[in-house]
Design a protein around this ligand. Structure first.
Ligand code: NAP
Length: 344
């Protein structure tokens, strides 16, 4: 990986945004740049990146429109969560040999001043778990479900993209909480995984089933909590099947992220009035101050075997970024999708 000499100098490769994608990103939207490893200033440390997180939100960061973060600029290193090892340090709290997690970007090395960086505690979990179940994914599931879903035992909880990184954790948290859980996933294999490995009570293959009939079959008293990762037609149909005082949590809308024209809003929104329901969006970053508590609870559940942390870890090089990123939109991942560049 890179070309690091004994004196700390050398070069490394990063992935920059070359142009804004129209619709689904293509390889030419990125450029590979080889640059010098910078020297460290006071209070800085150098991270050799081992694993890069692939997140649907990264697609949103490519569009030049107002959002919760500024868009990635043309020519800027692609923003991404990552983990890695501190290999040199002028920082009082981060030492050589520490493994850390932060928004280090799609590159082989990163210089950091420690802002937003978490030291990995191997007693809690692995490096990959700090990107998945104990990282942003797990935090999203935990705060989205508990704080906004306000679940009660016996609730019927429906989760879209249930075999994915966030959805797989939400469903398991719902089971821990005594809920009846129904997951939506694409294809029979993912649906079998959702029931047999994740412990959902039922799965709906949204690509092949009649959604309305499936909801009526698996949620006969209506949906109490709908944790939505996909938006679009699935959200619209779920709105038609709400129980009284249902909570709809808008976590994401991956079905719309590559849309080239304006997507219509859900026509069934008046169900919110009829069912006295609430539909609320949330952003995991608003809970940053509470991450350490959530991380400990999730780690305890994982240790106790109450949750599993599914991961699709793809070994490769930094140059494989585009191909691996695109798996998210093809549904070619189960659990947390990670590019592992530690072998290169
Ligand atoms: N609000 C927040 O703070 C926050 C934080 C993190 C993530 N999120 C959101 O949470 C959602 C899940 O993220 P994740 O990291 O866990 O991703 P993920 O679920 O692991 O991966 C994406 C999955 O979405 C499904 N999918 C892809 N295209 C689809 C389409 N057109 N229609 C329906 N489903 C589609 C695929 O599963 P199938 O094969 O089953 O179709 C795919 O495997 C995303 O919307 C993301 O933006 C929000």
């Amino acid at each position: 990986m890179g070309n690091l000499r004994n004196d700390g100098s050398g070069t490394y490769t990063c992935v920059q945004l070359a142009r804004r994608p129209a619709g689904l990103p293509v390889a030419a939207d990125w450029s590979l740049e080889t640059t010098d490893i910078p020297g460290l200033g006071l209070g800085q440390f150098l991270v050799r990146i081992t694993m890069i997180s692939l997140d649907p939100a990264m697609r949103g960061w490519l569009d030049d429109r107002p959002s919760y973060l500024p868009p990635v600029a043309i020519g800027e290193v692609m923003r991404a969560g990552a983990v890695g090892e501190v290999i040199s340090s002028n920082h009082p709290r981060f030492k050589i040999g520490d493994f850390v997690q932060g928004t280090f970007g799609v590159q082989e090395y990163a210089v950091s001043d420690g802002t937003g960086v978490t030291r990995i505690d191997p007693k809690l979990g692995t490096q990959s778990m700090y990107l998945g179940a104990l990282g942003m994914t797990g935090m999203t599931a935990y705060f989205g479900f508990f704080d906004y879903g306000r679940p009660r035992a016996g609730d019927t909880v429906v989760v879209s993209a249930a075999a994915g990184a966030v959805g797989s954790i939400v469903g398991q948290l719902a089971k821990i909480n005594g809920c009846h859980t129904v997951g939506l996933a694409g294809g029979p294999d993912k649906c079998a995984f959702v029931v047999n490995e994740l412990g959902f009570d039922a799965a709906i293959d949204y690509k092949n089933a009649n959604l309305r009939e499936s909801f009526q079959q698996h949620c006969p008293a209506g949906i109490d909590v709908y944790f939505d990762n996909v938006g679009g037609a699935i959200l619209n149909t779920a709105l038609s099947q709400l129980a009284m005082h249902a909570r709809i949590i808008i976590c994401g809308a991956i079905s719309q992220y590559n849309a080239e024209s304006v997507t219509p809003g859900p026509s069934n929104y008046l169900a919110l009035l009829v069912r006295r329901a609430t539909m609320q969006g949330f952003l995991v970053f608003d809970h940053a101050g509470e991450y350490s508590v959530a991380r400990k609870r999730l780690a305890q559940w994982a240790k106790a075997g109450k949750i599993i942390a599914p991961e699709t870890i793809v070994p490769g090089k930094i140059t494989d970024f585009h191909e691996v990123f695109m798996r998210l939109f093809a549904g070619d991942n189960t659990g947390k999708l990670i590019l592992d560049i530690s072998g290169h």
